[in-house]
Design a protein around this ligand. Structure first.
Ligand SMILES: Cc1ncc(C[n+]2csc(CCO)c2C)c(N)n1
Length: 224
């Protein structure tokens, strides 16, 4: 099969390499990241996940077969009740309540990134939706695997859990399922359709980078 994922992976390498070198990401690995900056990230990520979960719901309605539709429905449930619970537990350690998390002021980048994905989800095909949401999963898996190799990263008292979550086999299987799904959905696509999928993938890979940058700078909006 002609795997579009291989083409997408090649296309985003320059962006993903910059992401691996970003001080927020390297700081998670070597423990040098400030806890205040991490808690800023957690608050924005909580808002991000609330929107991201909606993408799974839309994907579930766009899927044709039972297995795919059910898997997306389950993912929505798991994001809201498991992944976000992990954030709530993390936040508690920083003295941030669940209400404070949900009431955080959305940053420009969080807003722009989720709005872009939601637009693609509402207007595009299921393949377009998956191509837009995939960098979120795939790049986290790549980051998790790389950080897991750094000395002491997995055992770090504050950031170890983050590294363990995203380098886990369980998370890898989820990312791989989404990669394989996109390959199947795009198997018979025209070049014009493939180019559109690549454009979404590139755009949200850049948004992922900008999300790290926003968190690192603790920047809500670039203008007041
Ligand atoms: C900015 C940002 N990008 C990616 C992820 C990772 N992520 C988002 S949803 C999801 C799976 C849901 O169960 C995963 C792994 C994140 N947390 N925050």
């Amino acid at each position: 099969m002609n795997r579009i994922s291989e083409r997408l992976y090649q296309a985003v390498q320059p962006i993903w390499e910059q992401t691996h070198r970003h001080p927020f990401v390297t700081g998670l690995g070597d423990g040098s990241l400030s806890p205040h900056t991490f808690s800023f990230y957690m608050k924005q990520d909580y808002l991000f996940l609330l929107e991201y979960a909606k993408l799974f719901a839309i994907a579930s309605t766009k899927a044709v077969d039972l297995e795919t539709s059910a898997r997306f429905a389950k993912l929505q449930e798991a994001t809201l009740n498991e992944e976000m619970a992990l954030h709530r537990a993390y936040a508690e350690r920083f003295g941030i309540s669940a209400a404070e998390l949900e009431g955080s002021q959305p940053s420009f980048v969080m807003h722009a990134y989720t709005s872009y994905m939601l637009k693609v989800a509402y207007q595009g095909t299921l393949a377009e939706l998956v191509s837009a949401v995939l960098p979120c999963m795939w790049s986290y898996w790549e980051i998790g695997k790389r950080l897991a190799k750094a000395d002491g990263a997995l055992a770090h008292p504050l950031y170890g859990e983050w590294v363990r979550t995203y380098s886990s086999d369980e998370f890898g299987e989820l990312a791989q399922w989404l990669i394989d799904l996109l390959d199947r959905l795009a198997a018979d696509s025209s070049e014009a359709d493939r180019a559109r999928l690549e454009q979404h993938f590139l755009t949200t890979s850049k948004m992922e980078y900008l999300f790290w940058e926003m968190a690192y700078r603790e920047e809500l909006w670039p203008i007041r």
